[in-house]
Design a protein around this ligand. Structure first.
Ligand code: HMN
Length: 292
């Protein structure tokens, strides 16, 4: 199996006003990620890809197009988790046949499911292919919390290679690291990359790496080398950017940054709102001040 460690952009997807994928724009976003952001891989159809607003055909379209454009240049993880377990299985098979390096599935959300139900969900997906699985843990959006003992049960299956951990519980993260030294952890909060790196994660997956990849790679490298003060200097800069992006609207503003750089990053899918053009000068200043 490929070494899946490293920094991944949670791939942004350009949409047109009708909510259709703008493939040419997507190609440009991918090339920017590989050639400018210098990321190690792409996490496809995650939250940042507005996945939970898409139908099955669009999800497949994106998986296929991304693989065609990327080839084997960077690693690819397919987020196939869905409230419709049949769809999750179908997408897991589809992405595996396309050659995705690993699958990832968000914990099923909305309905308060028991842990046994969640286990059944993962087992059903895992058994459907011979691909590996990365658990996608994001309790602040799903409302689903998993204890360390429950993680242990899910990780018993050797096809479950690790977790994408989007939570700010550094105590649990540390316990996880100590207890499962052979499993992989990707951190999901870009604004806490230094802390995650120090805690021993193997990589990170995030939305802002689409636009701030090189600086983030440097943060990760420095923190891993124990150069914490230097890493923090860069994290301060990254967090200036993240703070502004969150203020202006997360995915809309990341797309706007790409547009300022000449990339046709499209708009967000409704019901997400579009970027407020009155704020364009603020984005242009951000790009200039932080050399994005
Ligand atoms: C994904 O699934 O698309 C991302 O990996 C999710 C990732 O953890 C991002 N979280 C959300 O967008 C909710 C972060 O990169 C986040 O955007 C960033 O840390 C800014 O808060």
């Amino acid at each position: 199996m490929k070494d899946l460690k490293g920094l991944y952009s949670a791939l942004l997807i350009p949409f047109d006003e009708n909510g259709e994928v703008k493939e040419e724009g997507l190609r440009q976003v991918i090339e920017h990620n590989i050639n400018v952001s210098k990321i190690d891989g792409l996490y496809v159809n995650g939250s940042s890809g507005e996945n939970f607003l898409l139908n099955t055909a669009q999800k497949k379209q994106i998986f296929k197009f991304v693989k065609e454009v990327v080839g084997d240049r960077v690693k690819l993880i397919a987020q196939i988790g869905s409230l419709d377990l049949n769809e999750a299985v179908e997408l897991a098979k589809y992405a595996t046949e396309l050659g995705y390096d690993s699958l990832s599935a968000v914990t099923p959300f909305y309905y308060p499911l028991s842990f046994n139900e969640i286990k059944h969900y993962y087992k059903t997906i895992i058994d459907a292919t011979d691909n590996s699985m990365i658990l996608y843990y994001i309790p602040f959006l799903t409302g689903v919390k998993i204890s360390l003992d429950q993680f242990a049960e899910l990780l018993e299956d050797e096809k479950v290679i690790g977790v994408k951990y989007t939570a700010a519980d550094f105590y649990q993260l540390e316990r996880f690291r100590k207890r499962f030294p052979n499993k992989l952890i990707w951190s999901g909060f870009d604004e806490m990359l230094v802390q995650a790196a120090i805690t021993g994660v193997d990589g990170a997956i995030g939305s802002t790496y689409n636009v701030n990849g090189q600086r983030s790679q440097e943060i990760f490298r420095l923190a891993k080398e124990g150069k914490v003060a230097e890493a923090y200097e860069l994290q301060h800069e990254a967090n200036d950017v993240i703070e502004k992006v969150l203020e202006l609207g997360l995915y809309q503003t990341l797309k706007e940054i790409l547009k300022v750089k000449g990339i046709d990053a499209g708009t967000c899918k409704k019901p997400m709102k579009s970027f407020d053009p009155a704020k364009l000068a603020e984005v242009e200043k951000l790009v200039k001040d932080y050399n994005l």
